[in-house]
Design a protein around this ligand. Structure first.
Ligand code: SF4
Ligand code: SF4
Length: 303
């Protein structure tokens, strides 16, 4: 049912005991097991973008509200690539745990909770552009599911736990996070604005929607007819676009066409803003000088 320690998805590039989909595990979790909910009381759940989408809908919150109320930030790499985890109480219990009844968001629980006691890994062969999905088995003393007399292939376990739908929506993001982590200095440290954009596009889909629907964005990018109407309504389509856009921002993969003179227009707009600010500053200083002379003038007359 649920999860604890493995900080997945996609944390490691190399894992010697990596399992494949056809491998079998001995495991079963059910409501009558002696350790029921023990894992949710030691929760360490890293969230992927589609997890946030499902949870914010489930809790009837905006993504901004969900992130603020129910997550904590952490850094996914040395460059400060932002990640988020589910918030727990001071004892480590997940805030989504609904007492003895178990997970309060079960049908929308995050990927990490679905996979447990497996951890989803990305393995990339040297010089290969894409990562292969592999799995590692996590054994924790409190989890008695390993003692249950049931063997199941990882492939069936994934289907049973509804992992496939989540993976399908998150896969592109896992790939780009892995690419960022394994690229190291060749990509360089992303500027702060790129990291902020990564956070917004990955976890705050409602703010990202406003960004994409803004006048500035429309003036900058040439997107096909129907694009804006689609992403206005469809969270999943917007998420898929977010990953594409992040690849452009982080790795310069130019798949989102820019309007031909967008750069020139932005420079011209900026120049107008700069000129206006400069003029305002000049006027402020002149007014301050005038006041000073006016005050000083009184003094002269008094002499
Ligand atoms: S989301 Fe649900 S299954 Fe996952 S740790 Fe929290 S209570 Fe447990
Ligand atoms: S068997 Fe493991 S996953 Fe299931 S409730 Fe117990 S600790 Fe959690």
């Amino acid at each position: 049912m649920s999860q604890t320690k493995p900080a997945i998805p996609f944390q490691s590039v190399v894992m010697p005991e990596a399992l494949q989909a056809e491998n079998r595990i001995q495991f079963r979790c059910h409501q009558d097991i002696s350790c029921f909910n023990a894992c949710c009381k030691r929760a360490d759940v890293t969230l992927a973008p589609y997890d946030v989408l499902r949870l914010k809908r489930r809790l009837e919150l905006t993504s901004t509200e969900f992130v603020r109320q129910y997550t904590v930030p952490f850094q996914m790499d040395g460059d400060g690539l932002p990640g988020i985890k589910l918030k727990t109480d001071e004892n480590g219990t997940c805030l989504q745990l609904a007492g003895d009844a178990g997970c309060g968001v079960y049908t929308d629980r995050p990927t990490v909770c679905r996979y447990y006691p497996l951890a989803l890994l990305a393995l990339r062969e040297k010089d290969s552009p894409t990562a292969e999905e592999r799995y590692s088995l996590v054994r924790e003393d409190h989890c008695k599911g390993h003692e249950e007399p049931r063997e199941i292939s990882i492939q069936y376990y994934r289907a049973e736990q509804g992992c496939e739908d989540f993976d399908a929506h998150n896969r592109e993001w896992y790939q780009l996070v892995l690419k960022k982590k394994s690229a190291g200095p060749t990509v360089g440290q992303p500027p702060q604005t790129s990291l902020q954009l990564f956070f917004m596009a990955s976890y705050d889909i409602d703010t990202f929607r406003r960004f994409v629907l803004s006048e500035n964005f429309r003036k900058t990018y040439a997107l096909p007819d129907g694009f804006y109407a689609e992403v206005e309504q469809d969270d999943e389509a917007l998420l898929a676009f977010a990953f594409r856009f992040l690849r452009q921002v982080l790795f310069g993969e130019r798949t989102v066409q820019e309007v031909a003179d967008a750069w020139d227009q932005r420079v011209a707009q900026r120049r107008e803003v700069w000129d206006a600010r400069k003029q305002a500053e000049i006027e402020r200083r002149l007014a301050a000088e005038d006041r000073k002379y006016a005050e000083g003038g009184d003094g002269v007359c008094a002499e």
